[in-house]
Design a protein around this ligand. Sequence first.
Ligand code: ZN
Length: 285
Amino acid sequence: MITLSYSTLLTVLPLGLLLLTTAANSAPSNNVSTATSSCPPPALSRLTRHKVAPGETIEAIAQKYNLISATLIGFNPTLRTGQLTVGSEIVIPPFNGIRVEVPPNQSWQQIATKYKVRADVLFEANGCQPVSQFVFVPGVNWSPEAPSTSASSLLTGYPLPTKAPVAMGYGWQINPNTGQVVFHSGVDLLAPVGTNVQAVAAGTIAFAGEQGSYGNLVVVNHAEGRQTRYAHLQKVSVTTGQIVEQGQVLGTVGTTGERTSAEPHLHFEVRYNSSLGWVAEEPTL
Ligand SMILES: [Zn+2]
């Protein structure tokens, strides 16, 4: 079990997978010099943590940090049930806004237009640096916009032939290799290399191939704006556009991409489509 014993200020790199080096190295060196001294550090590098005390409410914690509740709920998926666990730690951004994943090759102007914010404000809030995979959009209120049907009613299958131990859960976690706190957008299920990976529900293959830190990745779009992702595969046995049934083999467990654990595992993600983009949610397995 990982213990969260951190002081208030931490450098948190916001990544889909638990991968720190990728983001740190993704900014071309010639752009680093463009960050001016007048620019504050990126908002996502200034996240702090708050340990929930008895009697505290989400609203009270938000007020304490001059934030609105929606901001805290957006940054802390565990709060979406409305429950606060005493002693647990939640992540506090420096000001109101949302953390979003952006498609490759987006400009600050494009992101600003999408979220109806000023491009210069957006640029500054992100440390006057090139667009990275995850950005902080200041002043946008998080809202769930989750499909009316819960994931459990649709995504009823299991991504492996037999129930597997969870090596790392969903949410803010400490990378055992580096000690840094990062957002883990899925669950890691331990399974030997070569184990079949199967679709948890019928759908259409949205992506099948190599994608950066995910390694060999299969993305399946399901009904009702749901999406599942299967990463670090050894073999990929489907192609983009293909229709798959529940339980159909998508590939096999492998060790491709960048992983936190040396032990072979399947990185499995569930997302839903909202106006804020594909939002990761906690898989119900
Ligand atoms: Zn993972």
